[in-house]
Ligand binder design. Structure first.
Ligand code: ATP
Length: 372
């Protein structure tokens, strides 16, 4: 098992995403003071679950997020992922390659991922037990820590050796088992206390037990009686049920017939309703026609009155004209008589003219004869 790569994005001085690829052999990261070498080790410590911000040289956990420079805005999250080759399956997981990632946002939200699947910090810790990897492991040794290991107390060194020997898992299990054992001991003491308390109650309990036995016997009898009552009631209810079922069937048939009738009546009702509606329409039309006819009648009556008036006035004119006619006829008769008189006068005159003409002709002839 070896570290294949570290991906860092937004963690401390690494604003841009950077991937460190490691191959078999030794890889060194070189640079001037303050250029960010320790930040790489911090990133590894952080992704393995470091919770103590002092170990990461910051004041709060959000300090690990890239805080910006004069030319670059701060980022909103930090992300680190380490990928380990697990083809020898030293890590108790079914993958040949394991990627452990951690992400934190400025809002405080954070998450751990193993091969892209969200998980708990506990899962990350358990994955690396006894592998030497882990925030307490000997695989990350910071500046000045060699000194501390060599000059430190034996019990501080012990942890490192335990990890190297691969017994941390067992020590932790032992500690958990001891805690459990202690709890069980406490429980046992409590059980013993309860037992001695109960022993004191045995005498009264025996009496109570006798009473309880009687109670149980009576209860059994009651149960038998209850069962008998239940069976009787059950039989009665069954009979009632079958008669009810018959009644129900009858009622159901009646209901079906009534429903059919109801449907028929409903259809008839709807048909009549439609008829009523069309009659209403016809009545309305007739009413309108009646109104129109009334208006027409009024108009015609007016016209008749006017005509009557005209007839009356015509009658008046007729009388006047008749009188006039009679007067004119009288006048005509007078004139006729006058005409006859004139004609008679004319005839006389004509006769006289004739006689005069004849006398003139004779005189003329006499004249001519004389002249000749
Ligand atoms: P030395 O060898 O002296 O310890 P180094 O190369 O290990 O130096 P680091 O201490 O890893 O350098 O990096 C420090 C640099 O990281 C500083 O320039 C600091 O400004 C920068 N830095 C730390 N945290 C942040 C952050 N949150 N945002 C931006 N830059 C940061």
């Amino acid at each position: 098992m070896y570290l294949k790569s570290i991906e860092i994005h937004g963690f401390k001085s690494f604003a841009n995403k950077i991937v460190f690829q490691f191959h078999n052999g030794i890889t060194g990261i070189v640079g001037p003071n303050g250029s960010g070498k320790s930040n790489v080790a911090d990133a590894v410590r952080w992704v393995l679950g470091e919770q103590r911000i002092k170990q990461l040289r910051g004041a709060s956990m959000q300090d690990v997020i890239f805080s910006g420079t004069e030319t670059r805005k701060p980022l909103s999250y930090a992300y680190v992922a380490i990928t380990l080759d697990n083809s020898d399956h030293q890590l108790a997981i079914d993958y040949d390659e394991v990627t452990v990632a951690r992400r934190i946002y400025r809002s405080g939200e954070s998450e751990y991922l193993i091969n892209g699947t969200p998980c708990r910090l506990k899962d990350v810790n358990e994955l690396f037990y006894d592998t030497g990897i882990g925030k307490e492991g000997y695989s990350i040794i910071g500046q000045g820590q060699i000194d501390k290991i060599l000059s430190g107390k034996p019990e501080e060194r012990r942890e490192l050796f335990d990890e190297a020997a691969g017994i941390v898992k067992f020590k932790r299990r032992k500690a958990a088992a001891q805690t459990k054992l202690e709890n069980e001991k406490q429980n046992l003491v409590r059980v013993n206390d309860i037992l001695s308390e109960l022993e004191k109650q045995v005498g009264p309990l025996e009496k109570q037990s006798e009473v309880a036995k009687v109670y149980l016997r009576k209860k059994e009898e009651l149960k038998t009686l209850d069962i008998n009552v239940f069976l009787l009631e059950n039989k009665k209810l069954r009979e009632q049920l079958s008669s009810m079922e018959e009644k129900y069937n009858l009622a159901s048939n009646e209901l079906n017939e009534t429903s059919e009738k109801y449907e028929g009546i409903k259809e008839e009702y709807e048909r009549i309703q439609q008829e009523i509606e069309s009659l209403d329409v016809a009545i309305e039309a007739a009413r309108e026609q009646l109104t129109d006819t009334g208006l027409m009648r009024g108009k015609l009556e007016g016209e008749i009155n006017v005509l009557k008036e005209q007839i009356n006035s015509a009658h008046g004119s007729e009388n006047h004209l008749n009188n006039r006619k009679a007067a004119l006829e009288e006048e005509i008769a007078g004139k006729e008589k006058e005409k006859q008189d004139i004609l008679t006068d004319k005839k006389d005159t004509d006769t006289q003219v004739q006689e005069i003409a004849e006398a003139a002709a004779m005189a003329k002839a006499d004249l001519e004869a004389i002249q000749n």
